[in-house]
Structure formats: structure tokens, C-alpha cells
Write a protein that binds this ligand. Structure first.
Ligand SMILES: [Zn+2]
Length: 387
């Protein structure tokens, strides 16, 4: 009996040593019946998310585009970006996620900027589900993207608001603060911000296109939980937000900018300032994380002894002080090295082509700051506490 007991203790200790993850997989499997839905998200059997009274965030797999659906405890909803056009694949995935969340309409639609991977799905989606108000950075765009502004103008007719940094999107029950818009950044420093020692001798990277710099980026605040989503904002703008003063303080959950393509985003001085607890990488199988961007140019003044930094995106995140979890929409098929991707349990899609099921990642956040992130592929989940 004693031997059995100590064997059990050893097993438990071994599990603990492996990290909390294994233990939580077991308990998740033991206590929650999960069912796979068409939307690529797993739902606890008989518990519609709409009734959870949590803040729910769904990262819809739009294959290296962006689409994030947010449903507040009161049932109001906000969709940030709509993925690609690609037939109506992404519009359908977003619609199915909205159905699963119990939504009859989407109250607020934010289009971060006018690029194909962010606004492409809007025209089709706007025929599938009613939409309330629209928010964007304004009419200045890159000429080659006129079609995306046009499709947005049609979908948002009569319901459009152009926002500037410091404005708020009136999603009930949470605070949605505009951090960046139309190449401007928030001018006041948020609680927890201040001088940033990581700025000295930091690498400087040239701007990566005007439209990426115009991104309408937001911070969503719900009690202690802070979700930062700056979409495709580039390294140069991140440095403006973080140097010499970190304007944002720290955040709980960070959606990687530029889909995790960290040649031109994820500036170490920025990441080290916001110090996310949990990260969701909205990469595609061959886009974002793992990608090498040859268009990225250093503009660090000659003679600067640049502070050395990790070049591999996953490792740059994994080495951040205080990081508790990194989740990926896709395994990077451009760099499949297991050491350059998070643990397989925390990756929603492992393949591309027909085998790619478009599984999502979701987070459910309680009023007390406790939140659970779930992988739509396998039901693996992990619970964290915002601090
Ligand atoms: Zn993008």
C-alpha cells in the first residue's frame, strides 16, 4: 500500500515536473465532455458558450489572415477583421463561430486595416449575418488596396466610425481602448507604463509599409485581464509605443503582430515591456511565424552596439520573463523544428491542404481574471490567472 502510494506520488511529481499542462489535460478529459463542432471550436457538451457569462474570445483559423471574435458577458459581440476572400471559406468559418457563440448579429465590426487578409471575408460575411457598427482607421490607404476599402465602404454604409488613439469602442461590459490608428499612437501612458530600460541600443527596423503602420489596434480591458491586439503593426511603431516610455504597461494576453513574422514585429524592447502572460500566434501554415522576410532592413545608427536578441520568433516569446503559455493557430510548415514551435498540444492545426480542418483557439475569461485557453483541435486546455 505504502509502495503504491509512493509510486503515485512519484507519478504525480513527474507530471508536475512536466509542467501543469499534462495534469490539466487529464483533468480536462476527465471532467469535460467535449464535442467537435463545424466551427473548429470545441464546446463543453450541453453548455452553450453564450450562457457562460464569461468574456469569450475566439481566434478563427483564417489561414494566416486575422479574425478574432469577442463576446462579452452581457452577450454583446465584436469582430476584429474578417480573414481572406478565398471563395467564402473564411466568411463561413466566422459565421459558424458566431453561430456556436449563440450570436444572431455581430454588434461591432473592427477592420484593422485595408489588406486582403483582414478585410477579404467581409463582403461574403455581411450577407450571412447582420452587423451593427463599423470602426476603422480612415480613408487613407495604399492605392493597390482600393478594392478592399471599396468593399468595406459598401458593407459599412451609414454605420461607419473612424477612430483615433485614445477613443473607445462602446462594447458593453468591457473597455476597448484604441491604441493605434492611422499611423498615430496613444499619447497617454496607461497604468503600469513608464520608462523602458530595454530601449538603449535596441535594434531599429525600417517601416514595413504605410498600411501596416495605419493599423487600428486595440487593448481590451476586463478587470485585471488585458488583451492587446495590434494586428500587423510593425517593429518601428512598436518601438514608438515602447520607447523611451512604455505607454502600455504589461498585458495578460497578446495576439502576435504580423501573424508572428518577427523579422519585422515583436521588437524585443516592446515585448519585454508588455511582458504578456499568454500569447496567441495567429499564423498560417506558411505565413507569419517561421517566415523569413527579406524586405526587412535594419536602420540602427552605425556604430551602435546592438543589444543581442533572439531571432527565432517562438524562442523570443518563450524566453520572455513571466511567459506562461504560447498557443499557435498552425504548426509552422516553414520551420517545423519542434524547438521553434510550441508544444503540439497547444497548436490548433498541424497540416495544410485538405487535411487542414481550420481549428480555432478560444479563451474564456472570468470576472476574477481566471481564464482558460482551449485548443479546438484536441480540447487541450490550460487555465491561467491574470495578474
Ligand atoms: Zn495581416
Amino acid at each position: 500500500m505504502k509502495r503504491l502510494f509512493s509510486g503515485l506520488v512519484a507519478a504525480v511529481l513527474a507530471l508536475a515536473a512536466e509542467g501543469l499542462m499534462l495534469a490539466q489535460t487529464n483533468s480536462a478529459a476527465g471532467t469535460r465532455k467535449v464535442s467537435l463542432t463545424k466551427s473548429g471550436f470545441l464546446a463543453p457538451a450541453g453548455t452553450p458558450d453564450a450562457q457562460s457569462h464569461n468574456l469569450d474570445i475566439y481566434w478563427i483559423d483564417v489561414e494566416g489572415g486575422a479574425s478574432t471574435l469577442i463576446v462579452t458577458p452581457s452577450g454583446e459581440s465584436m469582430l476584429i477583421d474578417t480573414g481572406w476572400m478565398v471563395g467564402d471559406r473564411d466568411a463561413k468559418r466566422i459565421y459558424e463561430a458566431a453561430q456556436k457563440a449563440g450570436l444572431k448579429k455581430i454588434d461591432y465590426v473592427v477592420i484593422s486595416h485595408f489588406h486582403a487578409d483582414h478585410v477579404g471575408g467581409l463582403a461574403a460575411l455581411s450577407k450571412m449575418i447582420p452587423m451593427g457598427k463599423f470602426y476603422d482607421h480612415g480613408d487613407t490607404i495604399e492605392k493597390e488596396n482600393q478594392q478592399w476599402l471599396d468593399s468595406y465602404t459598401t458593407a459599412s454604409a451609414g454605420k461607419r466610425t473612424i477612430v483615433k488613439p485614445g477613443d473607445e469602442i462602446p462594447l458593453k461590459g468591457v473597455r476597448v481602448l484604441v491604441i493605434t490608428s492611422d499611423q498615430k499612437i496613444i499619447t497617454k501612458t496607461l497604468p503600469g507604463g513608464g520608462p523602458n530600460p530595454l530601449c538603449a541600443d535596441a535594434e531599429q527596423i525600417a517601416p514595413l509599409g504605410n498600411e501596416n503602420q495605419r493599423v487600428l489596434g486595440v487593448m481590451l480591458i476586463y478587470g485585471k485581464f488585458k488583451f492587446l491586439n495590434l494586428i500587423d503593426l510593425d517593429w518601428e511603431k512598436e518601438m514608438e509605443l515602447a520607447c523611451p516610455v512604455n505607454r502600455l504597461g504589461t498585458v495578460t494576453l497578446y495576439q502576435t503582430s504580423r501573424h508572428g513574422a518577427f523579422d519585422g514585429a515583436g521588437a524585443p524592447a516592446f515585448l519585454g515591456a508588455i511582458r504578456p502572460q499568454v500569447v496567441v500566434v495567429n499564423n498560417g501554415p506558411r505565413k507569419g511565424m517561421g517566415q523569413v522576410d527579406n524586405g526587412v532592413k535594419s536602420i540602427t545608427p552605425p556604430g551602435t552596439q546592438i543589444t543581442p536578441y533572439e531571432k527565432v520568433a517562438y524562442l523570443r516569446l518563450a524566453k520572455l520573463p513571466g511567459i506562461e503559455g504560447i498557443w499557435q493557430q498552425h504548426l509552422s510548415l516553414l520551420d517545423k523544428d519542434p524547438n521553434h514551435n510550441t508544444s503540439e498540444d497547444m497548436i490548433a492545426n498541424l497540416e495544410d491542404g485538405p487535411a487542414d480542418k481550420g481549428n480555432g483557439i478560444s479563451a474564456s475569461v472570468g470576472r476574477d481574471g481566471k481564464f482558460t485557453v482551449t485548443n479546438g483541435r484536441n480540447g487541450f486546455s490550460k487555465t491561467y490567472m491574470a495578474h
